[in-house]
Design a protein around this ligand. Structure first.
Ligand code: BGC
Length: 512
């Protein structure tokens, strides 16, 4: 999942059917996740298309095609161009800026308006990019898409978790992440199909307008969540809404809980002040470090630049796009595996297994590239080596997708109790967006300078983060939010920050 506040675990089990209304709502809201994934995955393929490069980045094109042997350019530096990377990374900078005001708009004006605004940004951004005549237009389009991401990542997960019956809320958290990976896969497939037609890149960039329209229409026709109505003082409307979405008349108990939760939330208005208190040190540390580490696994090197990377390594342009489809497919399947394993094996096992597997794959990929391309960057892979390399990259993507991918969002959201939740989530989302931007922006430059060593660089971070998890993250599987304090209290390191009287003292705070 990529942002927003999703309540997980805890919660009372109320009666309530999974009504058609809830299903339609979820489909429409899920378009937000799909759009994010689509816009994340589409640029890698587009930036490897000849016609696109010729039009906007002719120098990169010439560098790429220079097989004459006269210049003997290092393969590592073929795509090193800051404007080209800005086309990909600017989205995250805009998302970071937008999420600052998107959270207030989502709270004050409701989830629906925020989703609608996000949808309009997605729509206009896709159209600007599809009809772009110069680089400025391309980048402005990406900035607008980034605003769309900022708004939708605040409102969509919240909308989904508030509309769904409590018993399927936890699954929705990873469900949103799944939609992102499906969006990335669709983008890879579309690039693969459209690369062969004239100006295919325009269609690749424009197709994002379709889910954007569905999202906008949905936001116009669907109602806001009962929680948001209560928050804005519309109690009676909220009760009717709850009856409608649950498909039953007697919703008294759940309604009362929502009202109580809203009252509690008003009392804890200073989440920022709370989170810096010593007793919330574990949450502050995890909400800052988990997103940082998630990005330093290096995953977005593959998600953003797989086709470019594959071309760098001498794959043909068709094979590069096909390889991106394969890694995209592995990403979806492994995320589904994670949905079934996370409550069974627990977070720690997934984190630790994922870390070790990622590291082994990074060492293998780095070593293979070192052997064929060395420091000079001149070389090529045989057919067998290409397949082996692709295998290691897929194994790496799979290990990320069942560990740091979904858990990078799930763990920060489930460890924060109500009095710090909004601040914890804001830190998590902004740190994530900031480092996604930085990695997106500097990857091609780093590849040019660090060469095969880049894979060892990210591998080094994976070692650090895996050790960090092993020593510092307690298991949070099946721990209701109100019992989280006793988990910290019995941890060898965090115990020193948690006063004894804090254990169970927050049991009254309902999970929103
Ligand atoms: C990360 C994204 C990444 C995606 C890949 C998410 O959890 O936050 O940066 O691109 O997973 O599936």
């Amino acid at each position: 999942m990529a942002g927003g506040v999703v309540a997980t675990g805890g919660g009372t089990h109320h009666e309530g059917k999974i009504t058609l209304f809830v299903i339609v709502t979820c489909i429409v809201a899920a378009m937000g996740g799909l759009l994010f994934g689509y816009d994340l995955g589409i640029t890698g393929g587009v930036t490897s298309m000849d016609q696109f490069l010729l039009k906007f980045f002719p120098n990169v094109y010439i560098q790429m095609k220079d097989q004459s042997g006269v210049h003997h350019h290092s393969q590592y530096c073929k795509f090193d161009n800051p404007l080209l990377t800005l086309f990909t990374s600017s989205l995250y900078l805009a998302a970071l800026v937008a999420s600052f005001f998107a959270s207030s708009i989502t709270r004050i004006m409701g989830r629906k308006i925020s989703m609608f605004i996000g949808g309009i940004f997605f729509l206009v951004g896709s159209l600007l990019d599809a009809f772009a005549v110069n680089v400025a237009m391309l980048i402005i389009g990406r900035l607008l898409l980034g605003f769309g991401v900022g708004f939708c990542n605040q409102s969509v997960p919240l909308y989904l978790s508030e509309m769904a019956p409590p018993k399927i809320r936890g699954a929705l958290n990873i469900g949103f992440q799944l939609m992102i990976t499906i969006g990335i896969l669709i983008a890879n497939l579309i690039n693969y199909k459209l690369a062969k037609i004239k100006n295919g890149w325009r269609f690749s960039l424009g197709i994002g307008a379709v889910p954007a329209i569905i999202l906008c229409l949905g936001a116009i026709f669907l109602d806001d969540t009962p929680n948001s109505m209560i928050e804005r003082g519309k109690q009676e409307k909220a009760r009717k809404m709850l009856q409608r979405i649950r498909g039953i008349d007697n919703v008294d108990e759940e309604f009362q809980e929502l009202v109580n939760a809203s009252e509690e939330a008003k009392k804890v208005d200073n989440a920022w002040k709370n989170i810096i208190e010593a007793k919330y040190r574990p949450q502050l540390v995890f909400c800052s470090l988990i997103p940082f580490f998630q990005q330093f696994t290096g995953i977005n090197v593959i998600m953003f630049y797989a086709p470019v990377l594959f071309q760098t390594l001498g794959f043909g342009s068709n094979a590069s796009l096909m390889s991106a489809v394969i890694t995209g497919g592995v990403n979806v399947v492994a995320t589904i595996i994670s949905i079934f394993s996370v409550d069974k094996f627990g977070r720690r096992i997934l984190f630790l297994e994922g870390g070790i597997q990622m590291l082994l794959c990074q060492i293998a990929v780095g070593a293979m590239i070192a052997k064929e391309f060395g420091v000079s960057g001149v070389g090529s892979f045989s057919k067998g080596e290409v397949n082996l390399l692709l295998f290691f990259i897929c194994a790496y993507v799979a290990s990320f997708a069942w560990s740091w991918g979904p858990l990078g969002w799930l763990v920060p959201s489930e460890i924060c109790s109500l009095e710090i939740r909004s601040a914890g989530q804001a830190i998590n989302v902004s740190v994530n967006m900031l480092f996604t931007f930085i990695i997106g922006q500097v990857f091609l430059m780093m590849l040019c300078h660090l060469k095969f060593g880049l894979f060892f660089f990210f591998g080094g971070f994976v070692v650090i983060m895996t050790i960090f998890i092993a020593f510092f993250l307690p298991e949070t599987k099946n721990v209701p939010i109100e019992e989280m304090n006793s988990v910290w209290r019995s941890h060898w390191f965090w115990a020193r920050f948690i006063p004894q009287d804090m254990v169970n003292s927050h049991a009254h705070l309902q999970d929103l």
